[in-house]
Design a protein around this ligand. Structure first.
Ligand code: ADP
Ligand code: MG
Length: 332
């Protein structure tokens, strides 16, 4: 049973028509009816040894724990408003807490997003070792009902777009494990993509009324586009040569480039669809948000995702979304 089958089998119930919850399990954010506005709510947990290395820089961790949540709000086109922070700490280390909170509040303040509550516990000691540091943030944003968008809004013939570049976070992990080397490129910018992802909040807002379906790329392009296809009941063709990658990844061997850019995860870019008639609007929105966007494919009939390689042939794709209960591990 993989992560998504587990969620589907045990934790997915039909949304009750006319209830407070307009969209629930299965999207980047739940959408809740709150008077004239919709509240978009998302929660993400980071665990030491699973999502980050135990010696991770605490300032970067504070930033990232909030950033991954703001990225889900961006996918939903929501304006961040507030968040809740639940912590299980192995110990109360003032220097660590000072740096963590500073990193978190710097990002929160830059989006006007207020810490509104949370919970703090001590992680239990297991087999004489302190339990893993666990950080869980729940973020709340606002969307006008008319701007509501979900993973289920892709239509046949739509363009598929992605913001920024993909694969550098996975490349940073590969560097750390010795599975890749940078061949003379500066490691700083690549490492920053893993440690301090920039949530595309402005782009998410500027794409209101323009993007059809939208998802943030947390588990890799193939997996996250797969979520859009499944929820929308459509297929897609993606042109691999069009997929945007940064300079350090561009010179990596083909296999590394493909794995990182198509299935790497931790990119936190926005992947979205829009009708071909809205190309100028997409580009204008991207320019307002000062974020690059690239058209990488098209939504098709059927249910298949086909990636076309440099030679114009469908690629053999052993890639899947990152799956917490699957056989692959990001640190391996
Ligand atoms: P994201 O990567 O944007 O956080 P995922 O694709 O991993 O989202 O999550 C799939 C969906 O399953 C989301 O809507 C999430 O809220 C929901 N989900 C995940 N775990 C649970 C759970 N234990 N109970 C209910 N819903 C869950
Ligand atoms: Mg998401």
């Amino acid at each position: 049973m993989n992560e998504f089958e587990l969620i589907a089998r045990y934790f997915t119930r039909p949304v009750v028509p006319g209830s407070f919850v307009l969209a629930g399990v299965g999207d980047d954010c739940a959408l809740l009816e709150a008077g004239p506005t919709l509240l978009a709510v998302t929660t993400d947990m980071l665990i030491a040894g699973r999502h980050f290395f135990a010696d991770a820089d605490p300032g970067a961790l504070g930033h990232k724990a909030l950033a991954v949540n703001l990225s889900d709000l961006a996918a939903a086109g929501a304006q961040p408003r507030c968040f809740f922070l639940a912590l299980a700490l192995p110990r109360a280390d003032p220097a660590w807490l000072e740096a963590f909170s500073r990193g978190m509040f710097a990002l929160a303040d830059s989006h006007g997003c207020v810490l509104a509550g949370g919970d703090t516990t001590r992680a239990p000691t297991l087999a004489a070792a302190p339990g893993p540091l666990t950080i869980c943030i729940t973020a709340v944003g606002e969307v006008p009902p008319a701007s509501r968008r979900t993973r289920g809004d892709a239509e046949v013939g739509d363009d598929v777009w992605v913001s920024g570049t993909l694969g550098d976070a996975a490349l940073a992990l590969a560097l750390r494990s010795g599975a890749a080397d940078l061949a003379g490129f500066e490691p700083g910018p690549v490492q920053a993509r893993l440690d301090r992802p920039v949530p595309r909040v402005a782009l998410g807002l500027d794409l209101r009324g323009i993007a059809g379906a939208c998802v943030d790329v947390s588990d890799g392009l193939v997996g996250d586009l797969g979520h859009i296809l499944e929820r929308s009941g459509v297929g897609a063709t993606v042109q691999w040569p069009a997929v945007p990658v940064g300079p350090a990844l561009r010179v990596q061997p083909d296999a590394v480039r493909r794995r990182c850019a198509l299935a790497g995860g931790d990119d936190y870019e926005l992947l979205f669809t829009a009708s071909p008639g809205r190309r100028d609007d997409v580009l204008a929105a991207a320019s307002r948000a000062q974020t690059g966007v690239t058209r990488v494919g098209v939504i098709t009939e059927g249910r298949d995702l086909v990636v076309i390689d440099e030679g114009g042939q469908p690629m053999d794709m052993p890639f899947k979304a990152y799956d917490h209960f699957g056989c692959h591990d990001p640190a391996s």
